[in-house]
Design a protein around this ligand. Structure first.
Ligand code: NAD
Ligand code: UD1
Length: 341
């Protein structure tokens, strides 16, 4: 089943770029489709260097039929890995229509063009955010879903749309991957997460504080019902996450139902655990201040990853220390992300 043509929407982005490396190493033919709204061509150049081969890149927007048509006419696409999407929670509250247009309409458009070209195989980037505020942890795939912001709702809506697509035509092969909190970077230090502006997420904020771009980390609350009062999450190395996609793609043709699968480690770490691990591994100080809780945050979120083990034969391997070390290597080699080059 190797040598298949795989369209990777959003393949120039953080998770996409790490996944493309492993897909190429596994023998898949990759076509990256990206509008570069949150990524740069530099990330693709660096991936090409790492895999020592050139990669087909199509600049286009999933909301534009003609952009997608061009790709599907030029290449016989066997499967799509669909990373393209906007992901900033705060911005989604300010600009909900932008998120529904890009994420939901873009996905509908993509699926329509796929169906026209008889390509009915898709792996979708969902998120643990669809579990809302879970009653208990660890969280398995049977937990109820809810979302409080347009970003999270866009993921829920897309999941529902893809379920309906499957029920209308069970020849579709669909995998919904629910990621927990991806962090870390490729061990080469040449590709990693490159957030625009002030980072919203914990790890990029920590690494930018350690390198002196930010004065201190604001810890959003230390009065949660957790072991040290700070929020607990399931941080997963982006390369482990990428491996989960390769496993899903290897097996997608064998599934006889729509699959919903958590990709997490099963371990919960608090904000202070992460700060301490980062300081220990890097020898850098991360000054912090305890501040008020962030609206919309929950106390604890971590996965039950046993279904992924069962159906994909996948489990995460990298430790929190490795995630911190790789993040720091990327950050210290590229203080301004891809812009410095
Ligand atoms: P990213 O922003 O680095 O990558 C997304 C890519 O999609 C970017 O290269 C961007 O330019 C591209 N893109 C966006 N809209 C597009 C459009 N209309 N047409 C074509 N390309 C478009 O984000 P990421 O962290 O790599 O996330 C990938 C996917 O995983 C997203 O769908 C995101 O919502 C989801 N996800 C991410 C996280 C996370 O913490 N990073 C967690 C859960 C789910
Ligand atoms: C956030 C998003 C979620 C998205 C996920 C991955 C919110 C409410 N949720 O999840 O929808 O899928 O990112 O992109 O934005 N923290 C600090 N200081 C900071 C940043 C974070 O203390 O400067 C804390 C948070 O309160 C939380 C933990 O660190 O306890 C992790 O935060 P973050 O990295 O933003 O991820 P999530 O909130 O889990």
């Amino acid at each position: 089943m190797k040598n298949r043509n795989i369209l990777v929407t959003g393949g120039a982005g953080y998770i996409g770029s790490h996944t493309v490396i492993l897909l190429i190493k596994s023998g898949y033919n990759i076509i990256i489709f990206d509008n570069f709204s949150n990524s740069s061509r530099e990330s693709v150049k660096r991936v090409e260097k790492l895999v020592d081969t050139s990669i087909t890149v199509v600049e286009g927007d999933i909301r534009k039929r003609e952009d997608l048509q061009k790709v599907f006419i030029s290449y016989k696409i066997d499967s799509v890995i669909h990373f393209a999407g906007l992901k900033a929670v705060g911005e989604s509250v300010e600009k909900p229509l932008k998120y529904y247009d890009n994420n939901v309409y873009g996905t509908i458009n993509l699926c329509q063009v796929m169906a026209e070209h008889d390509c009915k195989s898709i792996i979708f980037s969902s998120s643990a955010t669809v579990y809302g505020d879970p009653k208990t942890t660890p969280i398995d795939e049977s937990f109820s879903t809810s979302a409080t912001n347009p970003y999270g709702k866009s993921k829920l809506f897309i999941e529902e749309i893809l379920r309906d697509v499957y029920f209308s035509d069970t020849s579709w092969k669909i995998v919904l991957l629910r990621y927990f909190n991806p962090i870390g970077a490729h061990a080469s230090g040449t590709i990693g997460e490159d957030p625009t502006g002030i980072p919203n997420n914990l790890m990029p904020f920590i690494s930018q504080t350690a390198i002196g771009k930010r004065k201190y980390l604001s810890i959003f609350g230390n009065d949660y019902d957790t072991h040290d009062g700070t929020g607990v999450r399931d941080y997963i190395h982006v390369v482990d996450l990428a491996k989960g996609h390769v496993k899903a793609l290897d097996k997608i043709h064998t599934f006889n139902k729509i699959m919903t699968i958590n990709l997490g480690t099963g371990e919960g770490y608090s904000v202070l655990d992460v700060v301490k691990a980062f300081e220990k591994v890097t020898g850098k100080k991360v000054p912090y201040k305890i501040e008020a809780r962030r609206a919309g945050d929950i106390a604890t979120c971590y996965a039950d990853p046993s279904y992924a083990k069962k159906v994909l034969d996948w489990k995460s391997e990298k430790t929190l220390e490795e995630m911190c070390a790789d993040t720091w290597y990327w950050q210290s080699q590229n203080p301004n992300g891809y812009q410095s080059h």
